[in-house]
Structures are given as C-alpha cells and as structure tokens.
Design a binder for this molecule. Structure first.
Ligand SMILES: *Cc1c(COP(=O)(O)O)cnc(C)c1O
Length: 384
C-alpha cells in the first residue's frame, strides 16, 4: 500500500474532493432548537436551565453523582486540581505524552508536573512506571506522600486516557490508594469510553472533560468536573463562580475564585449533542471498521483498541515505521488536503517544562516518533 492509495481511500470514505479535516463537529438533532431557546428567553450567559439540565444528564451518562460545567476543559482541570487539594510547590504525577493543558493546569497552581512513561498499547500512563517512580521516590507520611529527593508533597496523580483509549486505571487507582494520592482523570478525550464496563471519568476522586470543537461532542467551548464526592463538586462549583457566597444582593467572595462557569448558550448546544451520542459513536465505529479493512498488513499499522476498553472512537491513529516515514506521511497527506497530525511533542521538550522531572520515557519517545491521527469525523451520508 502506498500513500496515494491512502489519499484515495480517505476521499472515498468521506465522499469528498475537498479538504478533509481531522475531526469536525456534527449537529444531528436539537442543537438549533435549544440554542434558539436560550436566545428567545435571553438567558444566554452563566447560570440557566440548560446548564443544570446538562450537568444532570452528564452525571447520568458517566454514572457519577455530580457534574459541574465549565468554560473549557483546561479550567475544569485547573479547578479540579485545586479542589483536590493541590497547592503551591506540590508535585503532581502525570504523563509527558498528553496535550499541554494537562501540565498547564498543574503549573497554574504553582505546582510541578512529574512525567511518568506511558504504555505502548494504551498510550496512557503506565502503572509499572508509576509504581517504579513511587517506590524510588515516595516517602509516605501521616498526611500523604512526599518526594524523598525534593521534599515536596505529591498531592495528585493525573492519568490521561489518550484519544479515548483507557489507561490501566484500575491498577493506577490501586497504586495511588496505597500511597494515599488522589487520582484525577484527565478524561477530556474519553467521553463515552469504558474500562471493564465502567465509564471513563467515574474512577478517580474527580475527572475533567472537554467539549471543545474538536472533541467527540462539543459546546463550542466547554468542560466539566465530574465526581462522586459532594464536597469536591461543591468546591468546584464555588471556585468556578468567583467564590461568591450565596446572597440575594451582597457581593462577598470568601477566596480568590474564577469566572469559569459554562454559559447557558453553550450548555444548550452540548445537551443536544449528548442526546445524539450513540448515533455519533456508531457512525465512528463503522469508520474505524473501514480503516481496519484498509490497513491489513503493511508498514502502516492501525492502532488496536487496548484490552478491557470500550472505545469512544474519538481520534483514530496509526503507527508508522519510524520518524522519517512519519514525516513523509504527514507531508504527503497534508499537501494533498487530507489532514493528518502527529501525536503531541513530549511536554518536557517544551521550554516551560524542560526542568520538570521525567523517567526514561522509553515508550513515550517510541510513540512520539510514530503515531499519527487520521481523519476521524462523523461520516455524513450527503458529502460531496
Ligand atoms: C482537549 C484537552 C484538554 C483541554 O480542553 P480544552 O477544552 O481545550 O481546554 C485537556 N486535556 C486533554 C488531554 C485534552 O485533549
């Protein structure tokens, strides 16, 4: 199989001669109706019936007691970390193979990310590497675990479910429980994925989701903190609404909060999106099957769904032979108007994280040089 074949194949898949984006939103149901409702009622901004309804539906969907809607996934992570007790000079365990927002949200609190390697099959945090790090550096005390070398408290662990592939979250939870470290799932990419039948975002002390335009469903921009812990949900809500105490007219803010709540107009959009989740999922599953029949044997390998995962089919990825092959693939496809994208640059290579701790990153480096996302949008029947 060669590259022109791949371009022809994707054009045939999406039935178009035009530019093929990586992941486009799709509006199949009540989106216009609900958004118009917010305009007709003039309740478009923060607080409103669609926000409450969306939070309720989201909680049901991922099987948690509480959800709080945010302006984006990054702000949800930021506040979620603070609600979980992450403070200045703490260390937060995460992975270097992730979108930059994961580490930024840690840094916003003046805490430091600790980059642990990933597994090859899940592309998400490796429990073996996590265990290794904690056995070497962990110092368990009365009030939690500290880093023996730096003396700083390790106040959270943030695994990220890459492209909707589930991390080995049961093992990660078990290890962190032993060390008394709260787990916060960066589930931004994993809405609708499951691990051993349990929804992404329902494992940790809390989880963060994103409803950005490129995610599986969108509110334009948006995010959420989800939790089975009432106190976490309350703190998150409070911090996201400028930490203002409830009062009919007084303005009293009991700490430094943020203006991070999702506006009603965005909640209207994403509520309609959530109603069509199954339809979107089925369509994307069919798309993956078509890719499966295309990538049978050859130098380009379709990434397989890891064990125990019910995947949300968010972004489909392939693994190329080496970096040269990858670069050639990216150049050819993008020059031919088929959007493809490499996985992220490992975060410790970015200027602001160059001094952060990292382990050997063997698997992360392997994946960084080889993984490419291919067009993964919902396939519309009437494309031209
Ligand atoms: C998209 C994403 C976020 C942040 O979400 P925004 O809504 O874009 O702020 C965080 N983490 C990961 C892994 C993401 O993919």
């Amino acid at each position: 199989m060669n590259l022109p074949d791949f371009v022809i194949f994707t054009r045939d898949l999406f039935k178009t001669k035009e530019y093929i984006p990586l992941h486009e939103p799709v509006f199949l149901g009540n989106e216009k109706k609900y958004v118009n409702d917010t305009i007709d009622s003039s309740i478009v901004s923060s607080i409103g019936p669609f926000v409450n309804l969306f939070e309720k539906k989201l909680s049901e969907f991922i099987n948690v007691t509480d959800s709080v809607a945010f302006v984006n996934g990054t702000s949800a992570l930021h506040v979620g970390l603070r609600a979980a007790g992450v403070k200045q000079k703490n260390e937060v365990i995460t992975q270097a193979l992730t979108f930059v927002a994961t580490a930024n949200s840690i840094k916003y609190l003046d805490a430091d990310p600790v980059f642990i390697d990933v597994d090859i099959d899940t592309m998400s945090m490796s429990p073996i590497s996590l265990n290794k790090f904690l056995n070497e550096y962990g110092d368990k005390r009365e009030d939690g675990t500290y880093n023996k070398k730096t003396g700083n408290k390790i106040s959270a662990c943030v695994p990220m479910h890459t492209f909707g592939f589930m991390s080995r979250i049961d093992q990660i939870i078990e290890i962190c429980k032993k060390w008394d470290i709260p787990v916060i799932e960066d589930a931004a990419e994993a809405l609708g994925s499951k691990f051993k039948g349990k929804p992404a975002g329902s494992f940790g002390l809390l989880s963060a989701f994103s409803f950005n335009g490129n995610k599986i469903i969108t509110s334009g921009g948006g995010g959420a903190v989800c939790s089975n812990n009432k106190q976490i949900a309350e703190i998150s809500k409070h911090l996201s609404t400028t930490a203002k105490q409830k009062h009919k007219w007084e303005y009293f803010h009991d700490q430094m909060g943020y203006n991070y709540r999702m506006p009603n107009i965005n909640a209207a959009l994403v509520l309609a999106q959530l109603e069509n989740f199954r339809k979107i999922l089925q369509n994307k599953k069919n798309l993956y099957k078509k890719y499966q029949s295309f990538f049978t044997n050859g130098k380009m390998k379709l990434c397989k769904i890891p064990p125990s995962t019910d995947w949300n089919y968010w972004l489909i990825s392939i693994c190329l032979e080496n970096k040269e092959h990858r670069d050639f693939f990216l150049k050819y496809t993008n020059e031919n108007n088929v959007m493809t994208r490499p996985i992220w640059t490992l975060l410790y290579k970015l200027p602001m994280y160059k001094n952060s701790y990292r382990d050997d990153q063997k698997n992360a480096i392997f994946l960084e040089e080889r993984i490419v996302n291919v067009p993964s949008s919902y396939v519309k029947a009437n494309n031209k």
